[in-house]
Design a protein around this ligand. Structure first.
Ligand code: ADP
Length: 349
């Protein structure tokens, strides 16, 4: 197999049945193919070296069989830390693996938050609906595998997953084409997948769904900065990321981690959205800054990051989520904040 390509090697390795193999493959930094030699540079975590050595011995053996090359080597490097979540986000080179081919999803926008409960999913659904109210075709992928909520936000009563011509059929609500693990798994069933299974699920939601052709696709990410975020940032050609935070310090710490992750994966940060920015009392008309609002880019030390909008605490936003009808579905002056934010996102893209 003289003319084997890097991508074929990656695909071959990904399909080997070895524990934690998918994560390992995603840490390949380079592959050099010369004459009868394949050299794989793999970034390793020193603490896991023993397990990794066992796995890469299998890689070498199987690759030799597969390619017929005399020499298949794995060279370890450990110049960066591999992190599961928070702490320091490692410097993440684009992997040698080609990106997923997702042109049919249009411009893909990741909505991230760092911290849970700040309104990320609410904002993702309302941006999707506002973009569709502006006349665009919009996809919405709920990538929060452990705590999917988009099906509820759109009032979808769970049904059997429909498969047609080997493709998962998404739901279409308000002109938004939507897929969420919550449409496939009973509410009371905990998902206990880790590493490779999680990645396989995300890959399926991207690749094996009958998405049609969209102008924009919004990805509602899980909270945090874990494997899903890193893999998506590396393998999906994201148009950019939007970071949602409430203005309180405890949420900003996590928002900063999300921003760092996108910087290190060379993903464009389209801007931040300040949610629950303030509460306007309907009786006295006074504006209360419950989470000590304002100046999010400055407080993040990110003066150059665009502030896409400040969304107040509005009772109807919560009521609409609970009812399963996104607030912005009703295209009125009251809901115009989401339209303004969507227009701003389009303008910075
Ligand atoms: P996350 O995705 O960050 O975990 P959610 O979008 O699930 O957060 O929102 C958490 C809760 O806060 C939901 O009940 C939602 O309806 C409510 N919520 C979000 N944003 C607002 C807002 N601006 N005003 C009122 N309620 C909000």
């Amino acid at each position: 197999m003289a003319d084997i390509k890097k991508d074929e090697i990656i695909l071959f390795l990904e399909n080997l049945k070895i524990k934690n193999n998918y994560n390992l493959v995603s840490n390949i930094e380079d592959i050099d193919i010369k004459n009868n030699l394949i050299q794989i540079v793999l970034n390793v975590d020193e603490k896991e070296k023993e397990d990794i050595e066992a796995a890469t011995k299998i890689w070498q053996r199987e690759l030799s069989k597969f390619t017929g090359f005399d020499d298949c080597r794995v060279i370890f490097t450990s110049h960066r830390k591999l992190s599961e979540s928070s702490k320091e986000v490692p410097s993440l080179k684009k992997p040698v693996r080609e990106n997923y081919q997702l042109q049919h999803l249009g411009k893909i926008i990741a909505v991230a938050s760092g911290k849970g409960g700040v309104g990320k999913s609410t904002i993702a659904s309302n941006i999707a609906v506002s973009l569709s109210n502006l006349g665009y075709k919009v996809g919405l992928l709920d990538a929060d595998i452990y705590g999917p909520s988009q099906q509820k936000m759109f009032g979808i009563v769970k049904s059997e997953t429909k498969i047609k011509d080997k493709k998962i059929q998404p739901e279409k609500v308000d002109n938004v084409t939507l897929i969420s693990m919550g449409m496939m798994i009973p509410d009371d069933q905990a998902i206990v997948w880790r590493g490779p299974m999680l990645m396989r699920a995300i890959q399926q939601l991207l690749m094996d769904v009958e998405w049609g052709h969209q102008d924009f696709t919004i990805i509602d990410l899980p909270p945090g900065t874990g494997d899903i975020h890193i893999t998506l940032a590396q393998k999906v050609n994201l148009a950019g990321a939007v970071v949602v935070s409430t203005p309180q310090d405890i949420a900003l710490i996590d928002a900063k981690k999300a921003i760092n992750l996108y910087k290190k994966t060379n993903t464009r940060i389209l801007g931040v959205i300040e949610n629950m920015s303030y509460f306007e009392c309907s009786s006295c008309g006074e504006r209360h800054e419950i989470f000590s609002g304002g100046n999010i880019p400055q407080r993040l030390g990110e003066e150059n990051v665009e502030l896409l909008g400040e969304i107040p605490l509005i009772k109807e936003i919560r009521e609409c989520s609970d009812k399963g009808v996104p607030f912005a579905s009703d295209d009125t002056e009251r809901t115009s904040i989401f339209k303004q934010i969507s227009k701003k996102i389009i303008s910075v893209l």
